[in-house]
Design a protein around this ligand. Structure first.
Ligand code: E4P
Length: 218
């Protein structure tokens, strides 16, 4: 399973990229707003830090402007994945950009049929939002299961399932069990995945006992 980091905070991306566990980054207009920074500067910096796909979202909602914005964003770096919303105009933009060789991440997916349409439009990634479905008492992970099942039925569909709106490590675990290709994870959740109290307790005991031996490896 690939891990993308869901943030526009450069320090957090640098910190996590240093672990070698980060396969890409996703941003959205809300994350850019939260960063308080210039969109193009942030995305340039992220592309310099991370080799894998970096999602940058269009701002318009009509086809002509989304296509122009998508083309401009794709010029930032070769690893840009242009993010478009799951609307008829968004999927038309997806098709046009994909046919031109640009990676497209179709965002705001909340149903299996939407995911099927995005795959037919040539999306490189489909982003189903599990947390936002859970928030309204729908089963977000059920959506992932259905999309994975549908895509498996049609091996010619090359769209990767990118689990988005991840809120906690259990989302990542369940998505991995379902065989989703990618999870885009907020930095705090990725840090939570490293942690276990028994790891910390066990390591403290090993360090203390090693010191008592008076030996050194180096
Ligand atoms: C990522 O591509 C999505 O935009 C993001 O995961 C949405 O997360 P949220 O529902 O926590 O805003």
């Amino acid at each position: 399973m690939k891990f993308f980091v869901d943030t526009a905070e450069i320090d957090e991306i640098r910190d996590l990229a240093d672990t070698g566990l980060v396969d890409g980054v996703t941003t959205n207009p809300s994350l850019i707003h939260k960063s308080g920074r210039n969109f193009f500067e942030v995305v340039h910096q992220i592309c310099d830090l991370v080799d894998g796909p970096v999602s940058a979202e269009v701002a318009a909602t009509d086809f002509d402007t989304m296509l122009a914005e998508g083309r401009k964003l794709s010029e930032i770096a070769s690893n840009i994945a242009v993010k478009v919303p799951l609307t008829p105009a968004g999927l038309k933009t997806c098709r046009a950009l994909s046919q031109g060789g640009t990676m497209v991440n179709v965002t705001l997916c909340f149903s299996p049929n939407q995911a099927l349409l995005a795959a037919k439009a040539g999306a490189r990634f489909i982003s189903p939002f599990v947390g936002r479905l859970d928030d309204i008492a729908h089963d977000g992970m059920q959506l992932i299961a259905e999309i994975c099942e549908i895509y498996e039925n049609y091996p010619n569909l090359e769209t990767e399932v990118l689990v988005a709106s991840v809120r906690h490590p259990i989302h990542v675990l369940e998505a991995a069990k379902l065989g989703a290709d990618v999870a885009t994870v907020p930095p705090a959740v990725l840090h939570q995945m490293f942690n276990h109290p028994l790891t910390e307790k066990g390591l403290a005991a090993f360090v203390a006992d090693w010191e008592k031996t008076g030996q050194s490896i180096l």
